[in-house]
Write a protein that binds this ligand. Structure first.
Ligand code: PLP
Length: 394
């Protein structure tokens, strides 16, 4: 049987990580993989996470199974974090999932089950896993314009024009904040226009929110999701705790299915639990318990929010340093978009050839589509990157 297997495409980011490790240069700069790193290049365990783990270690008396949907207290805490009071709790079905990726996968499966003909509209570009999971599930994806290569901002007219081609029942996948890979995001009036279009055309929004707190602040980053969720009849939200709690390897996510139909919640909840059962049975609990412990304890929550805010401000500062250095070197504001983008990433919007040239000549490692992980920078590497960008003629 195994002789029938064919090699699957290698994950480009993981391949890049290996090349970086093999590069002997001292001043090489890793801007590839999507994890937050502090100025020392470390992805730290957050203070509140350590404290919550300590509490759990002391208080936990069993590792018996939780429910198929995970601990309901986790869903409540996450719904409150993401949606605040924008949607009534009894309109929302929610299950814990292995990471945000698990939530996306379960969300897609739910769509396929409920509406096999639905196509999923994805931004061009988007996080590559969106497209590859859809393909793996045999679902059709359609790209909508998103990134303007000239301004490096959202091509909103193009986006709206493409979404107008969607048929009723099609799904529109939106990044809740801190768009990956571009760093270019919708403003609130654009979110409103998308919500209006979704309602006019009978589309279903699915929001992937993986970086809440990394852009403009915890509430600000959820404002688009709240606006959409409170103004459409049905919506899916896939959330990840990997980045904003720094618990990447704990695999902590949540999938929500929202419906304004009075009797939909119970069936949605049962269906989500069924999907968990089919795919991995009970979702991981440790990360979810850490998150719940933090979000339901005032002191831990305050400390977590403070540390997250420091992370956010550190990335903003790096953006400003890089944009400033590029302005100094080029005497122009061509790279001002780097300071305008939000989240961990910015798409430089250049060719794979120039990305390769920066790697070979300057030891700069970024993904071939020219995505920079801003958090991979520090005060020493900002000038190295700026010089590489200018030398390569980006
Ligand atoms: C846009 C987006 N969605 C979802 C995820 C999922 O993250 P995880 O499965 O690690 O929680 C990521 C991670 O890189 C992401 O960038």
């Amino acid at each position: 049987m195994f002789e029938n297997l064919k090699p699957q495409p290698a994950d480009k980011i993981l391949a890049l990580m290996q090349m970086y490790r093999d590069d002997p240069r001292q001043d090489k700069v890793d801007l590839g993989v999507g994890v937050y790193k502090n100025a020392e290049g470390v992805t730290p365990v957050m203070r509140a996470v350590k404290a919550a783990e300590h509490r759990i270690w002391e208080a936990q008396t069993t590792k018996a199974y939780t429910g198929l949907a995970g601990d309901p207290a986790y869903a409540d805490a996450m719904i409150d974090l993401i949606l605040g009071s924008s949607v009534e709790r009894d309109k929302i079905a929610a299950v814990a999932t292995p990471g945000g990726t698990g939530a996306i996968r379960q969300g897609f499966e739910l769509i396929r089950m409920a509406s096999p003909e639905a196509r999923v509209f994805v931004s061009d570009p988007t996080w590559p896993n969106h497209v590859s999971i859809l393909k793996y599930l045999g679902m059709e994806s359609v790209a909508y314009r998103y990134f303007d290569p000239e301004t490096r901002a959202v091509d909103f007219d193009g986006m709206m024009a493409d979404l107008k081609e969607a048929r009723p029942g099609d799904v529109v996948l939106l990044h809740g904040c801190c768009h990956n890979p571009t760093g270019a995001n919708l403003n609130l009036s654009q979110w409103q226009a998308v919500a209006d279009l979704v309602n006019e055309r009978g589309l279903i929004p699915m929001i992937d929110i993986a970086y809440q707190g990394f852009g403009d602040g915890l509430d600000e980053d959820a404002a688009g999701a709240r606006l959409v969720a409170s103004s459409v009849p049905e919506c899916l939200i896939a959330a990840s705790c990997s980045k904003n709690f720094g618990i990447y390897r704990e695999r902590t996510g949540l999938l929500m299915a929202l419906s304004q139909q009075p009797d939909a919640q119970a069936l949605n909840q049962k269906t989500l639990a069924f999907l968990n059962r089919q795919n991995y049975s009970f979702p991981p609990d440790h990360g979810a318990r850490v998150v719940t412990t933090i979000l339901t304890d005032e002191a831990l929550r305050t400390d977590w929010a403070r540390e997250l805010e420091d992370v956010r401000l550190a990335m903003l500062d790096l953006r400003q340093q890089l944009a400033g250095e590029l302005q100094r070197l080029t005497g122009s504001d061509r790279f001002g978009f780097i300071a305008e983008h939000r989240g961990m990433f910015s798409l430089l919007g250049t060719t794979p050839e120039l990305v390769e040239r920066m790697r070979v000549e300057h030891g700069i490692y970024m993904v071939g589509d020219s995505r920079l992980n801003i958090a991979g920078l520090n005060a020493q590497s900002v000038p190295i990157l700026a010089k590489a960008i200018v030398d390569a003629g980006v």
